[in-house]
Design a protein around this ligand. Structure first.
Ligand code: HEM
Length: 503
């Protein structure tokens, strides 16, 4: 059964949500992203007011094409949205991904990934609107033409980002799209910050949708308007402030980064490290990701049920935590999946009971202390909705050098309600951070830029702990991923989109 044919659970307001958070649109294997600038405000607003945006209502059969509309803060300004309303959105969104050198440094956007080298996403190359078009095989071209023909004088196309046909593997050759948080649509989690002693994959709705309680039991800041204000009557009332109209409700922030992947560089480097031994080469690659090419977690699967995990084939590949591997002997501490989701709880694992918890809380337990250096996962989850682009080559083709050197990579897309606490934290503290889990001198082995940190600390090392001896250390790692563009967008609720277009 396609996920989109499941019954509509009463809550939340599917018809006011764009579809992408609820469904990954995996059946629509073709997609393109149009980056637009507003060239005529009235015409742009007129089109947006009637745009055929796909909402999150489940249909049977599911749609054969889908359109999503996302806007940057520059886009809101270009549409004439009042400055005090734009400023009601989060700081990160208002300032944008590329405008501030400090932010770029924290995100690891330095050297070749410096925004000055980006193809889009900087200054007058910041898009105003992104149209995300998805279609079943054979339908994308016609769908795109029909949408473009409606745009009229309202927009100028800044760039078209094509994607390659959706497959289960990302360009380096690893199984992808395996782990996602399960959104608590039914709002089963209590509306308060209760300490969690076990990893859960279930995440509060408010971690992804504005206008609902998050993991702290609080509502993320967003523009709340006086309902008397022009046009605001069309908006829903805020749950946490009944006298206000909620412009954020049913919307989510969408982070987009174009990440070029050097597939040849990746496999050839590992081949050299492995001395040409194919088994060792694959083992090193798996250590960097934390999963084998087929997606098996290196740490092994656990028999314990993990709350919020889906059952079935892909779910089984997520039945694990790192609790049984505190020193990273099976899955290196710095592996990409361990950095991007350490699968921990609020307290380091250990015996239950007041005294045992107190010992861990105070940091007197040596193993627990190592775990405690990593922040609790549940405040830093991302729903990933990226699509690959460029030519697909297998690891064997990458090694043989037979094919032309086209650019390939990932249009990384993630959804979250708090860019600072979710995407930026994961990217800056866990992926680009040199002190993750108490290590020194390492960045993410897949994504790292390899430039020394501000304090001179190197970042081009990857340690692979060994069961019976010192770590194996890969040094002088080259960068395998380069940022080519990016922006912070807001994917508004449908009523909010109408408000932007008409108020
Ligand atoms: C070209 C760049 C990237 C590549 C090749 C890549 C590759 C992968 C692969 C192979 C997996 C394992 C499959 C899965 O769990 O679905 C994964 C998981 C993940 N990645 Fe990436 N990734 C990239 C960029 C990023 C970025 C920029 C972020 C966040 C800032 C990120 C966050 C995550 C997260 C949260 C997971 C799931 C971890 C888990 O829950 O176990 N990735 N990635």
């Amino acid at each position: 059964m396609n996920a989109q044919t499941i019954a509509n659970a009463g809550n939340p307001e599917w018809d006011d949500m764009q579809v992408l958070l609820r469904f990954g649109l995996g059946h629509l294997t073709h997609a393109s992203f149009l980056l637009l600038r507003v060239s005529n405000r009235d015409a742009a607003r007129a089109w947006l007011a009637a745009a055929p945006v796909t909402n999150a209502v489940a249909t049977d059969p599911p749609p054969m094409t889908a359109l999503q509309v996302a806007l940057t803060s520059d886009g809101l300004r270009a549409l004439g949205v009042a400055p005090d309303i734009v400023d009601g959105f989060s700081n990160e969104y208002v300032n944008g991904m590329s405008g501030d050198a400090g932010r770029s440094r924290r995100l690891g956007d330095v050297a070749a990934s410096d925004p000055r080298n980006w193809g889009w996403g900087v200054r007058d190359q910041v898009p105003h609107v992104m149209l995300m078009l998805y279609a079943a095989p054979g339908l994308l071209e016609g769908f795109e033409q029909s949408i473009k023909s409606q745009l009229g004088a309202g927009f100028e196309e800044m760039r078209r980002l094509p994607t390659s046909e959706l497959r289960s593997k990302e360009p380096f050759g690893f199984e992808d799209g395996l782990s996602q948080p399960r959104v608590d649509w039914e709002r089963a989690r209590p509306v308060k910050d209760e300490e969690q002693y076990a990893y859960t994959n279930l995440a509060c709705l408010g971690e992804f949708l504005l206008g609902y309680p998050n993991e702290y039991g609080a509502y993320t800041d967003r523009p709340l308007l006086d309902p008397q204000r022009s046009g605001a009557a069309m908006l829903p009332r805020a749950e946490d402030a009944a006298d206000k109209a909620d412009l954020g409700r049913n919307g989510t922030y969408l982070v987009m980064r174009q990440l070029r992947q050097d597939i040849r560089g990746f496999w050839r480097h590992l081949d050299r490290e492995a001395g040409g031994d194919a088994v060792v080469r694959e083992r090193l690659a798996a250590a960097m990701v934390g999963r084998t090419l087929d997606g098996d977690p290196l740490v092994g699967r656990t028999n314990d049920a993990i709350a919020g995990n889906a059952a079935g084939a892909k779910g089984d590949l997520n039945a694990f935590t790192f609790e049984s591997d505190p020193h990273g002997v099976r899955c290196p501490l710095g592996a990409h999946v361990r950095r991007s989701n350490p699968r921990n709880a609020d307290l380091p694992p250990g015996k239950s009971g007041l005294i045992a918890r107190l010992i861990r809380t105070l940091g007197f337990d040596a193993v627990a202390l190592g775990n405690d250096l990593v922040a609790s996962t549940r405040f830093h989850r991302l729903v990933r909705r990226g699509r690959a682009y460029g030519a697909r080559i297998t690891p064997a083709e990458a090694l043989s050098g037979a094919l032309a050197d086209d650019e390939s990579g990932l249009h990384f897309v993630c959804l979250n309600a708090n860019i600072g606490r979710q995407f930026e934290f994961v990217q800056a503290a866990w992926i680009a951070g040199t002190k993750f889990a108490g290590m020194a001198g390492e960045g993410d082995p897949l994504l790292g830029h390899r430039q020394p940190a501000l304090d001179g600390c190197p970042t081009d090392v990857f340690s692979i702990p060994q069961p019976d001896g010192p770590d194996r250390r890969l040094t002088a790692l080259p960068a395998f991923v380069t940022v080519r563009g990016g922006a912070y967008f807001f994917l508004p609720g449908i009523r909010a989109l109408h408000y932007f277009a008409t108020a």
